[in-house]
Ligand binder design. Structure first.
Ligand code: ASP
Length: 451
């Protein structure tokens, strides 16, 4: 049989993304208000395909984080190393978020979006900002009073805490619980294989999500907000191409181009889902199998980053604050902006990486410096598209910090990092059934049936 070269996952996902974008834009421009297209395509097939795909991704998160983290703690061997990894990644996450929002505020001050803003004719959404939890509560909730509830709710910080404690207990018990450790390792392999299975259909999910979003988000909505929109995009691009690449190079001397190429899958997933949390399985896979970071570091830094590190979100908040201050003609001054930086960093620690959470955090920031919450109503209309872009930046920041921490700990396989093909998802090679196991299993079932 003639060999047919299969397209790589990255190509397929990018193709799904581009086709989704074209389809969405066509629907938005030529079929707006068409009841059939609206009911059957946009809110029918695309909505269903997209929602099923997001569910499939979310389904992977909790078991994968739990098993890989327990394995990670067991694999680290030295418990002190765990403390070091925790401190380093926490500090780097806070530092990068602070740098991100500072550059965003400086850029927004230079560009001055919102200075000559016209409110007339603009549809302003009503804002009902739900309060972000107070910081004290965030720390209290890290310790789960009921682990079953924590796991059921997918509370990432509580899950991380509990999984680490289980790992540490297994390490203390040592030889006695060796079969349990081996069992968790096997369960981790199964959870990883599930990621491959879901990824095999990712291009369809990505297509549906993007087509639906662009069918509903017209370019017309962007025009009055172009100044704000482009300033956020500019600050995101600066952080993505300059800050992240520079920090990676300074701390590791690794080639940032290789890093970015290997993160493309995860970035495409983050862009389509607008959720760092739902992207955790793909980020984890890219960081370990493509960049070569050992699971003992990545299993901790990736889910932690998805929860507490949001560089892209902080950038949106920085620009949004300057924009709203300009629109309402309020002068914030240096003290005000320093408060904004502090609040944005704190807010990002307490909120999970899910779509649109950045706006809730923004409400908290605006409150603190006395800016009107109605300002959020103005930017809400264009937030979905920016959410997609900033989520890609968020997970890229998580991966950069994971790589830096792993390099410092000697927990990265440089050969894997340098190998362009390492960890590339290849359906032919990966989704094959183990025939021997299948046969043995068939025999086993036959025997049982004839008993
Ligand atoms: N969607 C973002 C994330 O999951 C958070 C946000 O900016 O709203 O990382």
């Amino acid at each position: 049989m003639a060999e047919r070269k299969k397209m790589s996952l990255t190509m397929k996902v990018l193709l799904g993304l581009v086709l989704g974008l074209i389809t969405g834009v066509i629907i938005n421009n030529f079929f707006e208000g068409n009841a059939f297209v609206d009911a059957w395509l946009v809110n029918g097939i695309f909505h269903m395909g997209g929602a099923m795909f997001i569910n499939a991704l979310k389904m992977l998160v909790v078991p994968l984080v739990t098993f890989s983290l327990i394995c990670g703690v067991c694999g680290i061997g030295d418990i002190r190393a765990l403390g070091r990894i925790g401190t380093k990644s926490f500090l780097l996450y806070v530092l990068t978020t602070a740098v991100a929002i500072s550059t965003a505020i400086i850029l927004a001050q230079l560009v001055g979006p919102g200075k000559s803003f016209q409110m007339e004719g603009l549809e302003i959404s009503e804002v009902s900002a739900s309060e972000a939890p107070p910081v004290t509560q965030v720390f209290i909730d890290i310790i789960p009073s009921n682990p079953v509830e924590t796991f059921a709710n997918g509370d990432m910080l509580g899950i991380i805490f509990y999984a680490i404690l289980v790992g540490v207990s297994l390490l203390i018990l040592g030889r006695k619980v060796k079969p349990v450790i081996e069992g968790v390792e096997l369960l981790n392999d199964v959870a990883m294989k599930l990621v491959d299975l879901v990824m095999a259909v990712a291009h369809i999910g990505v297509f549906c999500l993007i087509a639906k979003t662009f069918a509903q988000q017209g370019i017309g909505l962007l025009m009055p907000m172009a100044g704000y929109f482009l300033t956020v995009l500019g600050a995101l691009a600066f952080h993505f191409f300059i800050t992240i690449c520079l920090l990676l190079w300074i701390f590791t001397r690794f080639n940032p181009v290789t890093f970015m190429k290997k993160m493309r899958d995860a970035q495409a997933f983050a862009f389509s889902t607008a959720s760092s949390n739902a992207t955790i399985p793909v980020t984890l896979r890219s960081v370990t199998e493509r960049l070569g970071v050992k699971n003992s570091v990545a299993s901790f830094t990736v889910p932690l980053g998805a929860t507490i590190n949001m560089d892209g979100t902080a950038i949106m908040q920085g620009v949004a604050t300057v924009f709203i201050a300009n629109v309402y003609g309020i002068e914030l001054g240096l003290g005000g902006y320093l408060t904004v930086i502090g609040m944005a960093v704190l807010a990002s620690i307490g909120t999970a990486g899910v779509p649109g959470v950045g706006l809730i955090m923004l409400a908290m920031v605006l409150n603190q410096v006395g800016l009107p919450l109605e300002g959020i109503g103005i930017i809400m209309g264009v937030d979905r598209l920016l959410d997609m872009c900033r989520t890609s930046v968020n997970i890229t920041g998580d991966a950069m910090v994971s790589t830096v921490v792993a390099k410092g700990e000697g927990k990265i396989d440089v050969d894997i990092y340098k190998d362009p093909d390492a960890g590339v998802f290849d359906e032919d090679a990966e989704i094959v059934f183990d025939e021997e196991v299948e046969e043995e299993f068939e025999k086993f079932v036959d025997e049982k049936m004839s008993d």
